[in-house]
Design a protein. Structure first.
Length: 197
């Protein structure tokens, strides 16, 4: 369990529906922010997409490895994304090691995972990234060109469900304009750092 006595860093949970641009926004936030931000690498049972590297984008585990680690209590949170689908999770040792080094550990995870992390680390900074409207989201999902129509429909349904949890997050940022969203995010983190001192 993370406590303020043993951990000098912070956890920043970033959630939002698929296609909202979490990765793009975070890439720019990491580039612009002066804080010691470090992305937590999640574990998953899904296959790597083209260009993804083990230990960089995800820890790619077999279903057996994942379930063994789950059974051993090595995850802060882990969920099956679609019934009968792939598992994703955040490894405790990965997060705690970075917190002890004073890092601001950024967890880009789904809503279920985010709320689970908040229970264990109540001091987490909870940020929900949302689209201007659902139609923008559908266009982004279709524009990726990496998934079937069925997968897009499934993701869009899940996205609408995730939007209903936005109110459970302390901070909400609308990603309608990348630069504006990034600046708002950086400003939020800067203000939190000033309050912490």
């Amino acid at each position: 369990m993370g406590t303020k006595d043993t951990m000098s860093g912070r956890i920043v949970v970033v959630s939002g529906p698929s296609g909202v641009g979490k990765g793009t926004v975070l890439k720019e936030v990491f580039r612009k922010s002066d804080l010691p931000l470090e992305l937590s690498v999640s574990a998953t049972t899904r296959s790597p997409r083209p260009g993804e590297q083990n230990g960089v984008n995800y820890y790619f585990l077999t279903s057996e490895e994942f379930q063994e680690r789950h059974k051993n209590g090595e995850f802060i949170e882990c969920f099956e994304v679609f019934q009968g689908g792939e598992w994703y999770g955040t490894l405790k040792n990965e997060v705690d090691a970075k917190l002890r080094l004073g890092k601001w550990v950024v967890l880009e995870i789904d809503v279920q995972g985010g709320l689970a992390v908040q229970k264990i680390y109540p001091e987490s900074v909870m940020v929900f990234l949302r689209p201007k409207d659902a139609e923008v989201l559908r266009k982004r999902l279709e524009g990726r060109g990496t998934e079937s129509e069925e997968a897009i429909a499934r993701r869009f349904a899940k996205a609408n469900q995730e939007l209903s949890y936005a109110g459970d997050y302390t901070h909400q940022i609308v990603n309608d304009n990348l630069e504006t969203a990034v600046n708002e995010f950086c400003e939020l983190l800067k203000n939190l750092e000033e309050r912490k001192q």
